[in-house]
Design a protein around this ligand. Sequence first.
Ligand SMILES: Cc1ncc(COP(=O)(O)O)c(C=O)c1O
Length: 458
Amino acid sequence: MSDNVPNPKKHYHLFDDDNLDHLYFDISKDGEIDANKYSLYNFTGDPKLEYAEWESRMDMMNSWFTDMKSQNRFLYERESINGSKVISKVVDPKTGEIREMLNFASNDYLNLTQDPRIWEKVKELSPEYGGGAGGVPLLSGSMTIIKQLARKIADMKGMESAIVYSSGYGANYGTISGLLGHKDVAIYDMFAHASLIDGSRGSNKKFFQHNDPVSLEKVLKANQNNYINKLVVVDGVYSMDGDIVKLNEILDIAHYYGAWVLVDEAHATGVIGKTGLGTLEHFGLEGKVDIITGTLSKAVGSIGGYVAASERLINYLKYTSRSYMFSTSPYIPSVVASLEALNLITEQKANKDKLWENINYVKKRLTKAGFNIGNAETAIFPIIIGDDNKVKEMTFRLHEKNIFVNPVPYPAVPRKLTRVRMTVTAGFNLEQLKYTLDEIERIGVEMEIISPVKANAV
Ligand SMILES: Cc1ncc(COP(=O)(O)O)c(C=O)c1O
């Protein structure tokens, strides 16, 4: 390009010309918005977008996607034709061919999505009930099998009562929005899951530094008399970092300041605690937390969500939690599968010992090789790189080696903490883990993420 030709840009009209310029984007060789220079935030979160017409908003995002695809940077929506297996058959987005990939991208920690014992139970019980529940829980959708599942969850979590939702998202969103009014506040760990944060869209929210009781205390002190009710919201195991909440300290501080505590058990159930019951069992704090929520879609291997609490609170939520009241009860085969999976977890520890063998191996190798894995201590491993383009490149190279991991670029996590997210499940054998870790180390050295590894065999 000669010096006097301006760098070509794509520009989009914004409605309010008085206050805002047009949005200008650098383009790449293909004439589309340069995927390397922008993040999803530019197309979903930038406040200027509110001034653009829908057609422009869609065009901007699609142009960016097109450029990402042309550069092999579009690493989402990988399609499997055999579910969430350890070796998943995934459609290659370019050639359409089926590739057998080692699945380090799912949350199916105990591999219960594929467990034949569960499928036998589904075959046995589902014909009795059929498929859909046919109604919302307060009307015709109240089923004995769903009540049994709720009872099982309440018992596992050491709570008086529980209700079941069709998704973990619905449970978190519905619990918080059903509880909080305009004079109340939710105080979140800044890494709390989006489904929890969305629950206070219509009410007040504050944040404290991740897993930092001192920061929580500051926020609580500053807001001591500003709200009628205060709810501290944390995850038991953090979904992007795999670390465990500092529950002892957080509970003490929250209760001291008169706040309630909600713990989301999504990534903890089946994984931590002596018998896999989750965070409360892990800390020996059964009965001390005010509200427990969770999902049936991770280690439980099915779909659905729950909230467990006192009988009084559950009765209250049944009539204030709109994603419970106004949504049809969960699909019955998934309820049967969840119940059987929870029985396997509590009665036979499911595959928990093998899961931990695999977690320990992966942790040892990643740490020894010099990767930054933050404070990972469960089945979720962040390989923190802090550079979006390197995150996408490393993910792409691993996919090329048939290792299925997920990229987590900005704005899903802060820019300095962008990462490749790898999850470990019980079903991998040592040979598969060795192959994967060898490749991760080789690529890590090649891309100068780690320095050359001296010993890569453990
Ligand atoms: C911590 C956490 N809570 C809640 C959810 C939502 O659960 P579900 O997928 O069942 O809607 C997720 C799932 O991504 C999660 O990671």
